[in-house]
Structure formats: C-alpha cells, structure tokens
Design a protein around this ligand. Structure first.
Ligand code: KG4
Ligand code: ZN
Length: 340
C-alpha cells in the first residue's frame, strides 16, 4: 500500500510517501519532506495564521512533486491520498486538505482526512513493532493527554490538561529566557549543563488522583523566577532550564504512573513534539519499567510534525476501509476520543 501524506496544520509544510503491507506495524518511508516556515514567523514571535496559510499555498505543489520524484512514483501508483483534516490553524488545514482532495478526485484515489492527533498517536507503529492496545502520552504544542489506544479511531481519554499544553509551557519559558522559538529544543540544549535541583518549582497535579495535567501554575512560577534572575548569567539559565525540565519530568512520571495503575498495559508510548526530549523519555522509561511496561517512542525526527505520520495514519485507516468523502470539511477542533 502506498500513501501520500500531507501535513499543513501549523507552521511546517510537509509531504511524505509511505509504503506498507496490508496489516501490522512497520512501513517504509520513501520520501519525507518538510519545509519549516520558522523564518517567516520569527520576527512576530509566534505563528501568524494568515502568513502560515499563504506560505503553505506557495510550497505545497512543489513539495508534492518533489516527494513523488524522490519516491520514484507517479500519482497513479498511489493507493490513497491522506491529509491532515484538523485540528489546527484552519487556513493551513484548508490548503493541505484541498490539495489532497484535488489529487484524489483527479486520479480517482481514496481520500483520508486524518486527525492530526491520530497522526501522532499512530506514528510509533510506522517505525517500531508495537501492537494495540497501548497507553499513549500525547504531548505537543497544543495538546497534553493520556489515552488508551485500542486501534485506529478507537481511543479512550484518561486525562488531559485543564489549562496549557506541555509544549506551550516549554515555548513560553524559552521566550521569557530569550532562547527563541520553538522553545522545546532550546530548553533541552540549555538544560544540558544545568543543575536540575537548583530551583524548586511547583508540580501542578503531582500526587493528586487521576491523570489530568495542569501547567499554568508552573508557567507563572517560571516567570516569577526569571524576573528575579541576575541578568547575563548563563549558569542560572542552564540551572533554570534543567530544573524546569525535571519538574515537567516529575509531572509526566506521576501522571503516567496513575494511568498505568488504572489501565495496566505492557507498552507506554510517548508521541508529539515534546516526545523529542531525551531527558523526558528517560523519565518515562523509568516509570514504565516500574509498572512492568516498556516505553516506545518514534525516532526524534518523527516526533515533531511531519507528513510521514499522516501518510501512516492514512494507511492504517485505509486498511480498515475508513475513507472520507470529498465533502469532508476541515475541522479547527477535533477531539481524538470523540466521546470526550
Ligand atoms: O507536535 P508538534 O511538532 O506540533 C504540534 O502539533 O503542536 O509539537 C511542537 C511542540 C512545541 O511546543 C515544541 O517546543 C515542542 O513540541 N518540542 C519540544 C522538543 N522539541 C519540540 N519540547 C521539549 N523538548 C524538545 N526537544
Ligand atoms: Zn503535531
């Protein structure tokens, strides 16, 4: 099965071609192109939706052509066309989805409108031999959730954030420290030589029952700490980044421990941009091992937004006959566990 995957929900224009058999995990990435719009948004200090949508429109056709060339395939060789159908910045989602609809219609291929969160949720199976069900910590710039994943389209939400997402908290902290955007990788780098015990930051929800998250109190505490920090002290910045990262690690570990106790599973998966963080992966490995489970994560490159995860989710859904109508309307909001 060969699937084109298009991702345009935020600030990367991404197109991939993935090939896989009729069942089970593990696929082959034949092309995986990402054009990051960081340069276009940098001077605004964040992603500007209108600029993002226009930049997607400028790049998308060229990236599709290039991805097919790299994969040495023509459109006729594809079994389907998948694109992010939401959630995300609606202008960008429209560009990717309309492109996919046009290709699917013109070449008579099935269209799969993929939930971006499902792209992250299933991405681990593209490269790792992971069977359903598994427990998933989904941590990205906009989401922070714990889910039981039983199969494509079959999710139960165990917990979510009651305020900010973890990635957002990384981004805000980095911004306050002048480390740039996106904040996650900058904080991870800065934390490398820092003392994770120097600053005692609050751990919202820690040791409370349930699997929900909260980050707004931590965000405020970080801001107050930064205001008191001596200017031009790289050691203090490194220590604060390390302390911040440890605090997030404590919270992740505590919430995942509750989830593994409530829904024992032999695999814990972490996915989404924040899953690229190697320190946090280490903390999750420990908590999984304590509950007789193993931690599995996608390769770092496939944690942040990419087209391969959308193509893979398209394959998983097409195998089950879950295809979409050309009338599918892009969704700015789209919870993964619909019942939630
Ligand atoms: O999944 P993603 O690429 O986009 C969304 O769907 O939101 O996630 C982006 C988020 C950003 O908040 C970014 O700062 C964070 O993932 N991130 C990281 C790391 N790399 C990216 N957070 C912590 N450590 C990292 N190494
Ligand atoms: Zn994402």
């Amino acid at each position: 099965m060969r699937m084109l995957g298009i991702e345009t929900s935020c600030d990367e224009t991404a197109v991939a071609v993935v090939e896989a058999g009729d069942r089970g995990p593990l696929g082959q990435i034949r092309a995986n192109l990402i054009y990051s719009q960081l340069g276009e948004h940098r001077r605004f200090g964040g992603v500007v939706p209108e600029i993002a949508a226009r930049a997607h429109l400028e790049r998308i056709d060229g990236l599709v052509t290039q991805a097919l060339q790299e994969a040495r395939l023509g459109l006729a060789d594809l079994d389907g066309v998948a694109a992010t159908g939401g959630p995300g910045l609606i202008g960008g989602v429209m560009v990717g989805l309309m492109t996919a609809k046009a290709l699917a219609f013109a070449h008579d291929k099935p269209l799969i409108a993929v939930n971006h969160l499902e792209g992250h949720a299933l991405s681990v199976r593209l490269t790792e031999d992971v069977a359903f069900p598994y427990l998933l910590l989904l941590v990205s710039g906009g989401h922070c959730q714990l889910l039981a994943v039983r199969g494509p389209g079959d999710y139960t939400r165990l917990g979510t954030t009651i305020d900010d997402a973890a990635g957002e908290c990384f981004d805000k902290t980095a911004k306050l420290l002048g480390l740039g955007f996106p904040g996650g990788p900058a904080i991870e780098r800065a934390a490398a030589g820092g003392d994770p015990r120097r600053f005692d930051l609050p751990r919202p929800m820690w040791r409370k029952p349930g699997c929900d998250f909260s980050f707004s109190g931590l965000k405020t505490a970080v801001r107050q700490t930064i205001e008191k920090l001596p200017a031009g002290d790289p050691k203090a910045v490194a220590d604060l980044c390390a302390s911040f990262q440890r605090t997030v690690g404590d919270v992740f570990a505590d919430r995942c421990a509750n989830a593994l106790a409530a829904q024992p599973m032999d695999t814990l998966v972490v996915a989404g941009g924040v899953a690229a963080n190697l320190y946090l992966r280490g903390r999750l490995e420990e908590v999984a091992a304590r509950h007789g489970a193993r931690l599995v994560a996608p390769p770092v490159k496939l944690c942040t937004d990419n087209g391969a995860m959308i193509a893979w989710a398209g394959i998983e859904r097409l195998r089950l006959g879950q295809v979409d109508d050309l009338a599918f309307a892009p969704r700015p909001r789209w919870p993964l566990a619909e019942a939630a």
